[in-house]
Design a protein around this ligand. Structure first.
Ligand SMILES: NC(=O)c1ccc[n+]([C@@H]2O[C@H](COP(=O)([O-])OP(=O)(O)OC[C@H]3O[C@@H](n4cnc5c(N)ncnc54)[C@H](OP(=O)(O)O)[C@@H]3O)[C@@H](O)[C@H]2O)c1
Length: 308
């Protein structure tokens, strides 16, 4: 971990730089800063999820990892000292089973890292009949987080870290057309819509669950040269051609803000906020603070996954 997230007070003046550097050094040198804390990382079979899981386990956390392939997840699970928990987020029943598996293993969760996601062809449909960018990036983590609310509450004070994206700027939420049945669906805007939903969901958690001591943040990790966008020609153009030298950062650098937030833990000052890497209040879509959308998305999502 090389940095910690900015809090609002950090932004007041640059004169505090020395103090911040001291605080960072304290965090860096505390090699067991996550001892006694339980972290669940989704999308831990690859990219920044795998890196976060390994690093947080190295800092002493008890780490649970999920992925859609047991085989691919196994090396990470072994590295963090656990069993792979398998769930394909394109199947909501897998998510329900995953929540039950987690509840069997741990009584409380200090940090839930909703990180699984990516870009998917919007012409496809998931097992549950939804547009895949909507289900895999939003609906499945929405369901998982709701089902794990008792474990998050049991920690007394806990943090949900939702991996969002700068792509949220390209998104557009239409509550009556969450599955893109009545408008043209293009991959990047559909992905951006899912990532915008991550921010609205973050605000929803912050507004609804603070009585349980549950805080939430959303974070853009940066343009990470992971397996992200593996099936997307558009993302591939930037990430897997010589152009990537100019536009991408390493997986280690991409995971750093997620890890920093997990180590920082629950904090009312950051609750409900969106980070662009380490900077609080990154650039957001104008829909990101629309209260009717925050509530509407929560209610529709709950109906769609059968929580009401
Ligand atoms: N890389 C970037 O530039 C970037 C930028 C902004 C935001 N993000 C976000 O960061 C998060 C992590 O991405 P990454 O860069 O680490 O990409 P990655 O290397 O492709 O990792 C994505 C993870 O999500 C899992 N996943 C994908 N589809 C799934 C499904 N249907 N069910 C369950 N798990 C699924 C993958 O599992 P498999 O290993 O089985 O594929 C993998 O573990 C994503 O939410 C992504 O949207 C990435």
């Amino acid at each position: 971990m090389s940095e910690r997230p900015d809090t609002p007070s950090d932004r007041q003046t640059d004169e505090r730089t020395d103090e911040r550097t001291d605080e960072r050094t304290d965090e860096q040198t505390d090699e067991q800063s996550m001892a006694g804390r339980t972290v669940l990382v989704t999308g831990a079979s690859d990219g920044i999820g795998a890196e976060s899981a390994r690093t947080l386990a190295g800092l002493g956390a008890t780490v649970l990892v999920t992925g859609r392939s047991a085989e691919k997840l196994r090396p990470v699970a072994e590295a963090v000292g656990t069993e792979p928990l398998v769930a394909d987020f394109a199947r909501l029943d897998d998510v329900r089973r995953l929540a039950a598996d987690v509840a069997e293993r741990v009584e409380s969760i200090d940090v839930l890292m909703n990180n699984a996601g990516g870009t998917f062809a919007p012409s496809r449909r998931t097992h549950d009949g939804h547009e895949p960018n909507f289900q895999i990036n939003h609906l499945a983590p929405f369901l998982l987080t709701n089902l794990l609310r008792p474990q998050l509450a049991a920690a007394g004070s806990s943090l949900v870290v939702n991996t969002s994206s700068i792509g949220n700027l390209a998104g557009k939420i239409v509550l009556d057309d969450l599955d893109y049945e009545h408008r043209r669906a293009m991959e990047f805007p559909a992905y951006g819509t899912g990532k915008l939903m991550n921010i609205l969901f973050t605000r929803g958690i912050s507004q609804r669950w603070s009585g349980d001591g549950i805080c939430a943040v959303a974070v853009h990790p940066g343009p990470v040269a992971s397996s992200f966008g593996r099936d997307s020609w558009f993302v591939g153009l930037l990430y897997r051609t010589p152009l990537k030298r100019f536009g991408t950062i390493t997986v280690e650098d991409g995971a750093a803000p997620l890890i920093a937030l997990a180590v920082h833990g629950p904090d009312p000052e950051i609750d409900g906020r969106y980070f662009s890497r380490f900077t609080i209040d990154g650039r957001e879509n104008k829909q990101a603070h629309d209260q009717a959308l925050i509530d509407g998305l929560w209610e529709r999502s709950a109906q769609l996954v059968g929580l009401e």
